[in-house]
Each structure stands twice: as C-alpha cells, then as structure tokens.
Ligand binder design. Sequence first.
Ligand code: ACM
Ligand code: ZN
Length: 784
Amino acid sequence: MEQLTDNYETFISFVVPQITNLERMKRVHQFMMLFATILLAGTTVFGAGSGKTSRIRIIPQPEKVIPQNGEFQIKGSTVFFIQNQQLKNIAGFLNKKLTSAAGFSLKTVANKPTGNYIALELDPTIRNKEGYQLNVSAENIIIKGSTAHGVFYGIQTLLQLLPAQIESPVRAKVSQWTVPCVEVVDSPRFAWRGMLLDVCRHFYSVDFVKKQLDVMAMYKMNVFHWHLTEDQGWRIEIKKYPQLTAKGAYRVEGDGKVYGGYYTQDQIREIVKYAKDRYIDILPEVEMPGHALAALTAYPQYSCTGGPFKVRNIWGVEPDIYCAGKEETFKFIDDVLSEVVPLFPFKYIHIGGDEAPKDRWKTCPDCQKRIKDNGLKDEAELQSYFVKRVEKILEAKGRKIVGWDEILEGGIAPSATIMSWRGEAGGIEAANQGHDVIMTPGDWVYLCYFQGDSKVEPVEIGGYTTLGKSYSYDPIPKDISATMQHHILGSQANVWSEYMYTPKIAEYMTYPRLIALAEVNWTRKENKDFNRFLTGMENQYKRLDLHKINYAIPMPEGPGNSVAFTDTVSLSFHTTRPIKMFYTLNGSEPNATSAIYTKPLHFDKTTTLKIRSILATGEMSGVRTIKVVKEVLTPAVEKETTSGVNMRLTTGTYLKVADLAKAQKWETSVVSVMSSDKFNYMTPSAATFEGYVDIPEDGVYFFNSDVDQVWIAGKLIVNNDGQVKRYSRNDGSIALAKGKHAFKSIYLNNIIGGWPSSWNEIKVNYRKSSQSNFEEIPASAFSH
Ligand code: ACM
Ligand code: ZN
C-alpha cells in the first residue's frame, strides 16, 4: 500500500500540540499497549490456528456467530436458488464479484436444488428490516432477510467469510473459494449508520465517491451525507441558477490557482443509483443560512449587504450569510430545493444551520424589519424563523429536515432531526424534547481530527481521535432517559476536508476509523471488544488494499526528525495501538526483515535512523527518517548588543523562502517582539527578523515555530518552507554554549492550503533537551 508520497508531503505540515497533554497521552498509551499486546498475543494464536473460528472475522461483529465444522465451496457448478425476484439484484452483486475475482458466475435455477447451492430468501419472521440469518453448511448456504436489504447484508457477511481476494477487481490466484461452516444471526444496533463527506473544501470525483460507497456497503453502513454547499464552493448543478456553479464552484487559492468543480445532475443521479444498489441512502446537505458565500458570490442579492463577494479561499467561518429579511431569499431557496428534492429519494434533506454569525443580520434593515414584524426576540429567533420557513418548504415537497445542533437555538423547528456535533448536549436536549437525533460529536467521529501525534501525521484541523477512541464511542449518551433513547437514530463519521488536499489524504484520514464507527453503529454494545476488532481488521486490510484504499497505519511516535546530542542519547518510540516497528541504522529502508524495535535505542555517534510500523498483514506505514547528530557545543558570540531584533519588511506574495530574492523594496526597523499583529492576509507580505538569541546555559536545545524558517548560529534549524504552516512538526535541535548566538527567522505572510499564516503567532519556541515542554523564547533574550 502506498502511503503519503513525497509529492504532497511538501504540502503538508505537522502539529506540535501541548506537550503536557501529549506526554500524558503517551504514558497512558504505553501502559495500554503493554496490556493490549498481551491480550492480542492470545487472540492471534487462537485466530491464526486451523480451528473453526480462524477464518470467521466479520466486521462489524454480528449479533450471534456460531461456528460449525466443515466448509462450503463455491464452484462454477454452484447455483443460486432465489425464492423472490426482488433478490435477483443481490445475487447479481455476488456474481459480479465472482466474475471478476474467480472467473466464473453462478446460474440461477427455478426449482430447489439438492446439492451445492446458495439460497436467498425473504423471511417475514425476521424482525429487523436490515436483519438477516446466514447458514453455511457443507451442502448449501442459506441467506434469509425480512427484506432485500437484510439479504444484502447477509451477502456482505458471506463475502467476508470468503478469501479476501474475492474483492479483487481482476482474476485472483485462489484455488478454492471456500466458506467456513457457520450460523450467523444478525441485525444492526442503530438504523442510521452514516458517513459525511465534505466535497466543498476539497472536491472529489464521481469515482472517488463510488469507491467510498463500495467500502461503506462492505461494513453495512447505510447513509452517505453529502455536504454539497459551502463558503468555499457550491458543488451541485442547479439549472435555474447557473451562476451557482459557473461562479460558485470555483475559488482562487492563495497561490493564485483556480480550484473547484461540481457534480452535474446526471452525475448525481448516477451516484444516487449506485448508492441505492448498495442499500445506501444519500442525505444531501444544502447549507443555510450560513456557510453560503459561494452561493452569495453568484447571487449577492440574497445577502444582507448586496456584496460583491468572492468564493472564500481560506478556512473558518464567513460572516456574510443569506439575508433572512428579504422575501426573494426564500424564493431562491425554494427554487433550489425544487431541483434538489427530485434528485434525492431519501426522506431527509440536511439544511445545515451551523455556524451562522449574526453580525450582518444585526445591521440589516430587512432583517431587523423581519424581527419586528414577526415579534421575534432577537437574531437567534430570526434563525429559528428562517429554519421553520425552510422546514415548511420541504414539508410541501414531502421531505423532513435535518440540521446541526445550532438550530435548537431560538426554538427548534417542530419536525427537525438534529445532528449533534458540538458534543452530545444538543443531541440530549433535542431527544428530551422528542426529536430524533444523529450523534456526531467531534471528539469521537470527526475524522478531520489527528489520529496520532500531530508531529508525524498530515496537518489537520486539530483534535486527537485515535482508532481506539473512535471505537469506544457509544451513541447513546449516559445522561439520556431510557424513555428517550429511541430518538437516537445512530451516529455518523464526519469527513471534513479542509486539509484533505488529495483523495489519498482523505482516505488516510477516513480509514480505518470509519470501520471502527461502522462497528459502533452496528454491533451490540456487549459484543464490542477493541482487541477482537483489531484482530478482525487483519481480515479487512487486504480487502481495502484490493479497493486501493489508502488507510492509515500508525506511525512510530516519539522524537522529532532532528535530534542533536553531545555525549549519548536514547530514543524511545511508541504507536497509538499495538503494532510492530522495524528500523535500520544504515540509511536503508526498513522492512519486515529489519531489526524489530523492542526497547529504547541508544546512540553515541551520528546516525540516520529509519523506522516504520508494519501490520501483521505485511502492510507498511510511511518511513520516518530521523537524523541523530553528535555535536560539540557551538561557541557563543562575544559581542556588545542592544535589545530588540532587526526586522526587514516587504510587501507582495511570497510562497517560498527563495521567492524573497524577487523582493524589490525592504523597510528596516528594530522591534522588541516578533508579533503577527501587524500582518493581515489581505495584504500579503514577508518579514525577516535578525539578531542574537541569548542561551541561558550549555546544552542541546530544540526549537519549533510556525514561521517559515528559523536559523540559529547560521544553521537552518526549523524549516516549514512551502508547507501549510500550521502546527509545525519540524522541531530542530542544536548543541549551544551559554551566551549569544546568531538568530534569524523568516516569516511569509501568505495563504497556503487555505491557511493564512497571519492567523499564526510568529514567535519561536525552545526547550532544553532535558525539558519536555517548549516555551516561547522571551523578548529579553533577543538583541541586535
Ligand atoms: C460542523 O462541524 N460545523 C457541523
Ligand atoms: Zn438581511
């Protein structure tokens, strides 16, 4: 499996979160790893044996699995017996896999056969409409569901019992397609098992969407929440308002390139059909009243101020939203929804409702008149008025609304279903008021959160949600009364794509956490077991490989990529879940035959350490290259200096440090602190700060910063050049004698990858090697 390639590594920067938290998390991890390793060792031995459970690793874990002796073999002569014509397509689904992977497909017979056959049946005594029973004996396979949907899930389970190569798109080298004998009785814990994909911050192709739908179906997920409109792009063709896509689908990025795209109505119909064939409903989201700048760029008359606007090219929340005072706004929304509704047969439409700043409404005469005329208390009630009007529009078209938990503020619309994203409180409140709820609290289900140490992971929005944390989620909150629990329809993984610059990064963030959340939604609470899940995932990685899914493999965590030392140094590594790490000390790429990491590594000379994790399936993580450098203390500079550093300032857009060579005019001054206050992304610029930094005592010092470069004693120590300058992971280190050392930092005030560097602080932090926390270098340490 290919991990992040060099090509877009240049795009990516990494985070240094608060070390105190990180250190605490690490300690907990180390303990849990030890514990989990012991447990895992037990299950692995059991799972790898030739016993009857060895091949039965179904994810999500079914309600009941009773292994039997023997196996069934699917051969070219095996036949389908389909009791109900509704089930023909499902037989077709299995036949398609067999045709690709096995090179044969099964014929359907009219009369119940005697020998080797697969029967698909509807059985009204199965209570859950998505439930199924699967019986595999040496003679036949019988799959029963109360509906076709249940039978489809029986087929998904059958596929997981077959060799992983059944997912191969080309003829696989498998001599026998056998299925272990087993009895499975299964049904989902929750009816709503969703995944949101934000195609606005970054746009993904029709094929990419279909690929995710394929994987969702494998893990019995049934709602694809398609986030189609945003400040940063409008992605759905609306024939009556062509400018929505002509203008609203494209933005000019910080580097001047045009970015965008949209789905035509034909493409949407194609995807809806593709999803339906996999028993997945599509929930379209058309955001209002906020997150609407792309629409307002195309049609500024539906804003409070009248514009003009530009499609937003930075992340964050836009203050310009739809005007709630103008009647024409509601006409526009009605028209848009009139085209959206026929495309999506699902009974729900998501209308957004989150993060709508009220600044414009407060000063808009139309909005204020609306408040007055309708006896509304404030702008929160105006949002409630807005949502209730849209609820009526959609009701008239036969659809129900779903909205983010902000739509509780100012009074919830009577029939609304709530998605609780700012924690669980909104969901609990809505359920207690008798509304249906989908739980999507950030800490567990936001797949835009880091899944490991931000220093070694692609840059992300923030947060920290390991696979184990996602897996631990229970969609039924603790403080909800038993009588209201039925309002929790389920939960959903949300893939917000600000930092998912490529389809590969999007998959890296999504998998395998999505599969943990599939189990959260499907599996009975008492059947959940993280270690069994991890072992079971070994049956899944190969399948994901065959689908070319770029899932994440935990990286070795611990030191940064540059470690200076003067005498000896010891480096220790860990991972977010049990996985073996392999390393080399001679510059070669580690593989499964390299040295295995078991204890801290000691160094007494300059070495290039390369280390990576390798799954039991043989799949490898990316490689970390760590320069471990033996140094002598760099002598201090003997020089009379005065406080402050020299700042040189130039205006213009500079994306790389080398671009500064083109700067025409520099202004020079002396500043006492390096502050981002004077910088604004609207006026791109660059600055260098030069002077001396006073080092308090002899030792090895680590530095980090979100600026582009930091030079100490003439050496480049921190280099974020060309990257998204958010949460720098690029700590550097150097051995320094007590006293003054030449200092230079370079700051480019630009927008890269949607992140304006003027949102950063431009300070430089350091720590002595013996300390774990970075601190800002105090202004008093600088001179020139
Ligand atoms: C959201 O994450 N703003 C729903
Ligand atoms: Zn207004």
